[in-house]
Design a protein around this ligand. Sequence first.
Ligand code: KPL
Length: 370
Amino acid sequence: MTDPASPDHAEPWYLLGAGNMGLLAAHYLRRAGFTVIALRRDATPTLERTLILPSGEAVLLHLDCQPIVRAGLARERERSSRQDPRALSDDSTSSVSGIPPAGSAGLSRAGPAPTRPAPTIRRLVVACKAPFSASALAGLPLAADATVLRLQNGLGSLDGLLPDGARMIEVVSASAVKCDGDAHRVVAENDTWMGDCVAAGVPAAGGPAAGDPAAGGPAAGAAKPPPWFAALAGHWPKLHWPDDFRHRQWRKLIGNAVINALTGLHDVANGRVFQDPALASEAEQLAREADRVFTALDPTWPGDSLAGVRALAEATAGNTSSMRADMQAGALTEIDAINGWLLRQADVLGIDLPTHRRIVAAVQARHPEL
Ligand code: KPL
């Protein structure tokens, strides 16, 4: 099924954000025969990470790295090197700005200057945390028709950041990977869904228009999976390309909008959200408000998401949500891409979301100074 010699395998995948989920994606891509290159801010030539699979098997991931060189800078360096070969060995790129904090997105702070011109990136996995997307992507030498897999919580974090002709594929995963000492432990290998990015309010697959095209972002993409998908699905357990992708994505967003925000703010495990009557009541309001937005965007949205959120909280009862972990670490959270995205939709639709407004303000009030 997988033919690593096929032309489709010749094009490497670049990885932006070698954290837990990025490494899991890299592992599946590698297993499917694709080359994966980690993008780095420094000149580290290779990245070695251990991934522990649910079976207990430890996989040593050895990824080649590519230093990030801004598109304009890459052209400039190429031009100067033609005029003066010494130009490629100078140190000027160490002042490149917009670098996510070390460790936050699996990227390091700027180091010595890269010495090769940057290749054009045609396939990219964006797995850095949502708030770092703009700085991580700024000036990357992306091909005009690049394929980008967005493996991040929340929605809209890449809006306006990709070339107009890029194909952005959203990845929604119920799998979970945790840091375990120096290793990355896959604690749950659950369903993962992929689908083309469709702007909110735009019909997903040629259906009637619903609501207002509120979010901006790329227009509805092709509904069919790209050619490489079948090869990848043979090696990425429970990977699907569903027809109702958008609803699955929205269900995940509601789960995050309720559980992450409440567990982060109150510093509790996921299960506590429905055990504590005050939190349970907040959860109910958050879910109800989110349902109003999704129903306005798409009248076929079933609404009544609370039961699903409760089931998710119970299934992950002992977990520390990613937002709680961020807040414990004093890091920036993904609140803007999750609840903030809902607020932006609601704004355009003329809907008030008082509980989301309050919770976004409360979480942001705890953000570190930038
Ligand atoms: O996706 C999650 C997260 O923590 O980001 C949940 C589902 C809430 C599990 O903790």
